[in-house]
Design a protein around this ligand. Structure first.
Ligand code: SAM
Length: 348
């Protein structure tokens, strides 16, 4: 993956950090090339990034950017390379206004296209103090001083789960929240996969075999494909997704299901009859070529010899080509011009 230009700027800033500091980390961050700073607390919402930082000696905590355990007005500096989703950025600016001590600094980094200029202005209104900006290449750094906090920014009630699309019958809607991929809609690719699943597996739903929902989001695939008695594991990298998926499974009485944090399934143990997957191809602002490979590698490891993995991918993802050296059978079941449905069998 090409290094995000904002990361180099951020690393130079981290080197100069001092005091009681906090670094907010999402999927745009890689472990920096500088030694871990023992005083600094790192909070991140992506399991792989937090784990990698921990392995490099950082004091890194994995959560859905839950800063509620930090006391108000205690932090000297907060470093944050802005995220892609507005609600996340607003949530973190609001929380910064709570935890920074008077005179403390929120340091935002990002490019113009990431909305950094707008976020800097909003953060200034929220924190109430001075704003200074600096440009290096395409990367902007904005430093905001905590003074007399103004109105909270609209974070769309970031912490709250809410029901998406109450369904026609009495069943509850899907619990979802900002911070997880496509949180306020049903993914069209996933809906296509569920519609075609009986044909792909040659059996009616719900499934009763052991099933893995790989990259589960709020659990749409598992909730629609599986029954309450299914031996089910759901896994995702994103803390918001894991929280929403757990809540959905609990609400619908899937008491056998387990929800596990992982990078593309790497922490999941066991072997599955069925793997359902709508893999991501974006990691934050970058498009990661090897993300699909990591999903395929773990599918190969976790699929039973007689099992079937059912994938849905965008038209332009060369999943079949990438899958051939890992599975003896790769079959394109259907293609609607936007998405392809692919079954993988006989892991090599
Ligand atoms: C296209 S969405 C599908 C979500 C869900 N299965 C659905 O059908 O609505 C891809 C999911 O993969 C997750 N994801 C992204 N990178 C991941 C990684 N490295 N490991 C595990 N999950 C990841 C995202 O958080 C997101 O929930």
């Amino acid at each position: 993956m090409a290094q995000d230009p904002s990361q180099a700027v951020l690393e130079a800033l981290l080197r100069q950090s001092h005091g009681q500091d906090l670094w907010l980390v999402d999927e745009n961050i890689s472990p920096p090339a500088i030694p871990a700073l023992s005083e600094m607390l790192v909070v991140g919402n992506r399991f792989d990034r937090v784990r990698a930082l921990g392995e490099h000696g950082w004091n890194a905590q994995f959560s859905d950017f839950d800063l509620s355990r930090l006391e108000s007005a205690t932090i000297d500096q907060i470093f944050y390379r802005v995220s892609k989703e507005k609600a996340v950025v607003h949530h973190l600016i609001n929380e910064s206004a709570r935890v920074l001590r008077p005179g403390g600094e929120l340091i935002l980094v990002g490019e113009k296209n990431d909305g950094i200029k707008t976020y800097a202005r909003k953060a200034q209104m929220r924190l109430g103090g001075e704003r200074t900006e600096r440009k290096q290449g395409n990367v902007w750094t904005a430093t905001l001083i905590q003074s007399e906090p103004g109105e909270p920014l609209d974070d769309q009630h970031y912490n709250d789960l809410r029901a998406l699309l109450p369904t026609r019958d009495d069943s509850p809607g899907y619990l979802t929240k900002p911070g997880l991929f496509g949180w306020n809609k049903i993914d069209r690719g996933s809906a296509y996969l569920i519609e075609a699943l009986p044909g792909m597996l040659n059996q009616a739903l719900p499934l009763h075999q052991s099933t893995l929902d790989l990259g589960c989001g709020f659990g749409y695939l598992a909730l629609n494909a599986c029954g309450k008695d299914t031996e089910l594991v759901c896994t995702d990298n994103n803390a918001a997704a894991l929280a929403a998926c757990r809540a959905n499974l609990e609400q619908r009485g899937f008491s056998n299901a387990r929800v596990i944090a992982s990078d593309a399934g790497d922490c999941v143990q066991g072997a599955f009859d069925i793997i359902l997957c709508n893999p991501p191809f974006h990691a934050g602002f970058s498009i990661e070529g090897d993300l699909t490979d990591r999903f395929l590698q773990q599918t190969q490891r976790l699929l039973k010899p007689a099992g079937t993995a059912c994938f849905v991918v965008n038209q332009h993802i060369p999943l079949e080509r990438k899958a051939h050296n890992r599975f003896a059978q790769v079959h394109t079941h259907a293609d609607n011009g936007h998405f392809k449905l692919i079954t993988l069998k006989q892991p090599r």
